[in-house]
Unconditional design. Structure first.
Lengths: 306, 305
């Protein structure tokens, strides 16, 4: 187990290293970073001063080592516009994003798991086909367009819900549905296939042979085990939703991490963009590592095979 | 081929179904084609190809003398020539939708081709060569997978600057990872198969084995993945354009049309939001259905992909 944890942690570190290298290279290959840092129309002296200030006059390997060292010590640079460290800004916005992501997760659970369960138990029935249609639309209807249409219907036409902002539960409903929509569909698909797999297994046949009532077999024996991959996906989804809800947060003026990234893009606040992207990557790598280790802890086979 | 005797030739001739059989096979194939997705996709493709001939107005210029924000033809105060209304500059929404189909489909298909090309190549190299090449490629894949695709695409688009071809390359660069993973897995098992082993023993070079024996056997999976990627890429393009880092204005893209219409949503000008979104939805829906059909047809093992 110790060896497994060490190897996985090393992999995670390598992943982060490549990630930081990628971000570092992209910035330098697509143009002179000084032009991103300086005001448009700055003088040559100013550019040189900025170059020296940010260490951009040094060689690339030296620059990268500095960048990597800063990233690993949690220093992601300073935003121009806010004049604050990026990591401070990121963690200020994190609770808002978390609130939205948790609400969206709840909604995706409420839709995805029951629908997936019914689809699997009653394969090829009307329920299953309804589930398939929901899953299809979940992937085909862009969440942000769903958000716009909901604003049109529930805020503009019916006047039931506020169009944007944060505060009460009424503010939370539409962004959470728009964000959770896509994930509801993926949870539905996974719950269905996971349930189907479990229902085919030997111990379920045994439970049925023992004469247990159908709902006990499904609820106690099958569902509990089918839930493991589903919960894993939900965990990964949660982290993605926290970091990638850019458009939904823009549409609903939700003060989360996605909007921070958007502001960074539009104000040409380049350290902010770089920092948020890096932070998102770190968070996901750490979560993936945690899930891997938990899995290995639960299921010894994983430790041995990989 | 001295070994081919008269009898074999006769047998071959008998086995060959001739023209009647060909026609029958084609009819059977046509009968199995998925009707719903093609009924949606084919019109969109035709509209995209013949946009210049079909569109009633120039998509980037305002209609001379037209009011801005005119509603669709059935509503009160509509402009009879602009069937689906006009936008904030007085441009024809229908014409912009028509040319937008071109942008969406080109980005969707080309982005998928780029992603598939990169991913398949890297997947084959990693799986076939193994060793440190495999390690390097798979660690890069892991690292690129660690970023949410859209955030990564936004980051790249901000850095590179907006243009349609940049967006294609960016989306290709973001979405190749899944191909690399799946294809590598397949190549790992192909490498153990006899026809590959025998070809290696016969002295074929790595390049020859890859091109003659490995590549043809992973193309099915690549096709299936591609059919599932197109929709994702189309939505990603719309998202980038919506945020203003995608296809730059005045080029009509469905995503930027949604962004343009957003400010008028509050006063109830619904047509600016509903029509582009419906177009995106229908195209993506059709590609998903086509993908499902292809998946079941080409590779039953991939059903749970």
């Amino acid at each position: 187990m110790a060896r497994f944890i060490i190897r996985r942690t090393l992999y995670a570190l390598v992943t982060l290293l490549i990630l930081s290298l990628t971000i570092f290279m992209v910035i330098r290959l697509t143009g002179d970073p000084v032009t991103l840092l300086a005001e448009p129309g700055a003088h040559a002296e100013d550019l040189d001063r900025i170059r020296a200030e940010w260490g951009l006059d040094r060689s690339w390997p030296v620059q990268y080592l500095t960048f990597a060292k800063n990233v690993f010590t949690g220093d992601l640079g300073k935003s121009f516009n806010y004049d604050m460290p990026v990591s401070t800004l990121y963690f200020q916005r994190l609770p808002n994003s978390l609130e939205l992501a948790l609400a969206a997760t709840l909604i995706s659970f409420l839709i995805g798991i029951p629908a997936g369960l019914i689809s699997a138990v009653k394969v090829n029935s009307v329920w299953d086909n309804t589930g398939k249609v929901i899953a299809l639309f979940g992937l085909a209807v862009p969440g942000f367009w769903l958000g716009l249409v909901m604003i049109l219907v529930f805020s503009v036409w019916l006047g039931w819900l506020p169009t944007s902002g944060q505060g009460s539960w009424q503010h939370l409903i539409m962004p959470a549905v728009a964000l959770g929509w896509y994930f509801a569909a993926s949870l539905l698909r996974l719950t269905r296939s996971s349930m189907l797999e479990v229902l085919r297994s030997e111990y379920i046949k045994l439970a049925r042979l023992k004469g247990l009532p159908g709902y006990v077999v499904i609820a106690v024996h099958a569902f509990k085990n089918a839930l493991i991959p589903v919960l894993t996906l939900a965990g990964v989804n949660l982290v993605v939703m926290i970091n990638a809800a850019v458009i939904i947060e823009v549409i609903f003026a939700w003060p989360g991490i996605g909007r921070l990234l958007y502001e960074g893009i539009f104000q040409r606040d380049f350290p902010l963009v770089q920092g948020v992207v890096m932070e998102a990557g770190i968070m996901i790598v750490v979560i993936n590592l945690t899930i891997d280790i938990l899995y290995a802890y639960i299921d010894p086979r994983i430790r041995l095979t990989r | 081929m001295a070994y081919v005797t008269e009898q074999t030739r006769a047998a071959l001739g008998a086995a060959s179904p001739g023209w009647a059989g060909l026609r029958r096979r084609w009819l059977r194939f046509a009968g199995q084609l998925p009707v719903v997705p093609l009924a949606i996709l084919v019109p969109f493709v035709l509209v995209a190809v013949f946009a210049n001939a079909i569109a009633p107005f120039d998509p980037t210029d305002p209609i001379p003398g037209a009011k801005i924000f005119a509603p669709p033809f059935w509503a009160e105060g509509a402009n009879p020539t602009a069937r689906l209304g006009t936008d904030f500059q007085g441009r024809d929404v229908l014409s912009r939708l028509i040319f937008g189909a071109r942008v969406s489909l080109i980005v969707g298909v080309m982005g998928t081709v780029v992603a598939g090309g990169i991913g398949t190549t890297l997947g084959i190299l990693a799986g076939y060569l193994g060793g440190w090449v495999d390690q390097v490629i798979m660690r890069i894949t892991d690292a690129w997978l660690a970023l949410p695709a859209l955030v990564f695409a936004i980051f790249l688009a901000t850095m590179v600057g907006p243009s349609m071809w940049n967006i294609i390359v960016i989306l290709g660069a973001v979405y190749w990872t899944r191909y690399a993973r799946v294809i590598r897995g397949e190549v790992l098992s192909l490498r153990e198969r006899e026809f590959v082993k025998l070809s290696e023993i016969a002295g074929a070079s790595s390049a020859r084995v890859i091109l003659r024996h490995v590549l043809p056997n992973v193309l099915n999976s690549a096709m299936v993945l591609a059919s599932l990627t197109i929709g994702v890429v189309i939505i990603a393009e719309a998202s980038l354009s919506f945020l203003g880092v995608g296809v730059p204005p005045p080029e009509p893209a469905w995503g930027s049309m949604l962004a343009d219409g957003r400010s008028m949503l509050m006063v109830g000008d619904w047509w600016l939001t509903v029509f582009p979104g419906l177009c995106i939805m229908m195209v993506v829906l059709a590609t998903q259905l086509l993908g499902d059909w292809l998946r079941i047809r080409l590779d039953p093992q991939l059903r749970n992909l």
